[in-house]
Ligand binder design. Sequence first.
Ligand code: NDP
Length: 453
Amino acid sequence: MSSSMKDLIAEVIAKNPAEPEFHQAVREVADSVALVYDKYPEYRQAKVFERMIEPERAVQFRVTWVDDRGEIHINRGFRIQMNSAIGPYKGGLRFHPSVTLGILKFLAFEQVYKNSLTTLPMGGGKGGSDFDPKGKSDAEVMRFCQSFMNELYRHIGADTDVPAGDIGVGGREIGYLFGQYKKIVNQFTGVLTGKGLNWGGSLIRPEATGYGATYFAAEMLATRGQSMEGKVCLVSGSGNVSQYTVEKVLQLGGKAVTLSDSNGYIYDEEGIDRDKLAFVMNLKNVRRGRIKEYAEKYKSAVYTPVDGKAACNPLWSHRADCAFPSATQNEINDLDAQNLLRNGVYCISEGANMPTTPEGVRIFTDAGVLYGPGKAANAGGVATSGLEMSQNSMRLPWTRDEVDKRLHIIMKSIHKTCVETAERFGTPGNYVNGANIGGFLKVADAMMDQGII
Ligand code: NDP
């Protein structure tokens, strides 16, 4: 990395203290952008990347709500509007106690490049709250969502900023948020994606991130003349992305053997078949229970609780071919990365955002395995959100088959962009550079066209 890029990273750290995930995300893209700056100095001159790391707007607000016992709670709400050069801000809302300004800035930053890669006209944003939906009643979640939207509505709109779901924000939350938005502005617009099917949602949107990450893995395997058929897959998480990853792995002839939540993970050597997956979907989406119950129901599975003091996660130490980290950021560290390689994994497709630490990423890229970073591999979710926006604008729903076909085409196109861009910039097979640079160039060119703003 050039000394000017090193100075820039130092400045980012000094200006954004206590935001390590944001520093990590910027540093990773900076490594790739340095290759662009060397080849095309006009981008450096226009300080395009320097502008990209500063959010266009960041809003923080108070969210107050009353629980079922009458107690008042105060949470923090955020919306980061990172970049609108190629379209309205677009990115999910995360409700999780770990949410901070820095976490959302890292996610919004990543979103800019991801959205650019989808080929659709979407800028990047992200938002959320430190509210924890776990253990709350439906009525409490509704009151929280309504209070959150009482402020957020001023900052969003179908042509301004279109939020979606993320960790802790699924169909139930999107419903409450949409209802409140509609009540306040008295308009039925496509202001959120991930909506219910009978009120503007798109078929395949719930499935899209997991399906997309699996299509991406299949594309990577195809570069080595292989397919998903017979592949043993490690999947982390047990939420939206994980569930539909397991479903698509099954459809393509593979076998998923793990799932997790924040308390522990299950290993089912026989594989998670359709019936077991239906059980997980009911457990997680309806009963809102813990993954431990899987091992209580299926004797072929072993449950291992999280050991907070362990240096690595045993989920990543089982013999397998592919890994789909689909829970949260930095869930694969250097030891986990080594364990994965040692146990035969050679294809990693990231359903989660930035699930691998920089040391882990280096281990994968040095080993020359197929490593699809989240920006590219999990872009199917936002791509299908983009398709939901198109259908809303047309007021015309597409069939399941139509949306799935488009999603598949988009994932193939993202893969092609990654491969060709990595090669063009002298790092063949490096999907990290391919995704970062591929995403960067489209946004950078739009920013150059639109002047110094
Ligand atoms: P969900 O809330 O549906 O599921 C999240 C899963 O990850 C749960 O099993 C949860 O367990 C687990 N998890 C969350 N935080 C932690 C943690 N700190 N430690 C251990 N486990 C954790 O979220 P999604 O499936 O939607 O999102 C998963 C990942 O995919 C996130 O990184 C998200 O940003 C990314 N992503 C999601 C997209 C989407 O369309 N939904 C699109 C692109 C990326 P528990 O229930 O115990 O908290």
